[in-house]
Design a protein around this ligand. Structure first.
Ligand code: ATR
Length: 273
């Protein structure tokens, strides 16, 4: 039987997931199709039932459905439970299993540049993306400090991490002493997508600190540029996007996804546009 996959969201026209997965199928000679469907919030339920009825093997879920899809699914993996969000659904014997590969995708994206044990991470932002990453870093044994424009959301996320047995604290989105003893900084807000300057400066950060921005378009945000100029190691969001897709692929199809070919397709697309 053919394998059908898709991504659903709104907006969806610029999603790179079809390119990412199709490059993988092509490289391994797998007969599969990956489509993108624009699904508005009022049509989510019908769309999910439709994908199930049509026998789609799996699909990715993006903005704005990562949380609202949960009641429509039969089971959640621990990663999806922790993140409180689903970015990957697998249909298995008619059952819909919700999974989340964003957090572990983040971990895979930095693990060749970073040794996690007994280190401290500062996460800027406390939304859905921050939550998945925070839980994945907690699983790696990191101490986590969450800074957010709205302090109460940072406090809520830190207490969720502590309830799950992790070490976490919170604060306002301000520069401070944390800059001196942080090992990893993760920027998870949308600030920079349209070329804006970041609300806080990293002036005073230790050189060589790893600084990651989950945005990959533009390739280097103003935030990441400042970090690089201050002597930090920097990574943009494209490796995380790659590995969330690699993990979704492996969740659906088993075996190893062809990471290098999938990466080449992404870089070619993002850097030439
Ligand atoms: P996502 O699921 O993509 O993380 P989200 O749940 O809407 O999206 O969260 C967006 C995050 O970016 C939040 O932490 C938000 O801060 P608030 O909780 O104060 O809203 C943060 N954010 C968005 N715009 C921001 C801005 N201009 N300056 C600082 N933080 C911003």
């Amino acid at each position: 039987m053919e394998n059908y996959f898709a991504v659903i969201g709104d907006p969806i026209a610029h999603s790179l997931s079809p390119l990412l997965h199709s490059a993988g199928y092509q490289s391994l000679g797998i007969t599969a199709e990956y489509s993108r469907f624009r699904v508005t919030p009022s049509k989510l339920k019908e769309a999910v039932y439709g994908l199930r009825a049509l026998g789609f093997s799996g699909w990715n879920v993006t903005i704005p459905h990562k949380e609202s899809i949960i009641p429509l699914l039969d089971e959640l993996t621990p990663e999806a439970e922790n993140a409180g969000a689903v970015n990957t659904v697998k249909q298995l014997n008619g059952k819909l299993i919700g999974h989340n590969t964003d957090g572990n995708g983040f971990v895979l994206a930095i693990e060749n540049k970073f040794n996690f044990s007994d280190k401290k991470a500062v996460i800027l932002g406390a939304g859905g993306a921050a939550r998945g990453i925070a839980f994945a870093l907690k699983e790696k044994g990191m101490r986590i400090h969450i800074l957010n424009r709205t302090l109460s959301r940072a406090q809520e996320l830190a207490s969720l991490i502590r309830l799950a047995g992790g070490e976490a604290s919170s604060g306002d989105l301000l520069p401070g002493v944390w800059l001196k003893d942080v090992d990893l900084v993760v920027q998870t807000t949308p600030v920079g997508l349209y070329g804006e300057n970041y609300p806080i400066s990293l002036q005073g950060i230790k050189p060589k600190t790893l600084v990651v921005d989950i945005i990959y378009k533009p390739w280097e945000t103003a935030f990441l540029r400042e970090a690089r100029k201050l002597g930090c190691q920097t990574i943009n969001g494209l490796p995380m996007f790659l590995f969330q897709g690699v993990l979704a692929w492996e969740f659906w199809l088993g075996g190893k996804a062809p990471v290098e070919q999938m990466w080449a397709a992404l870089v070619n697309e993002v850097q030439t546009k």
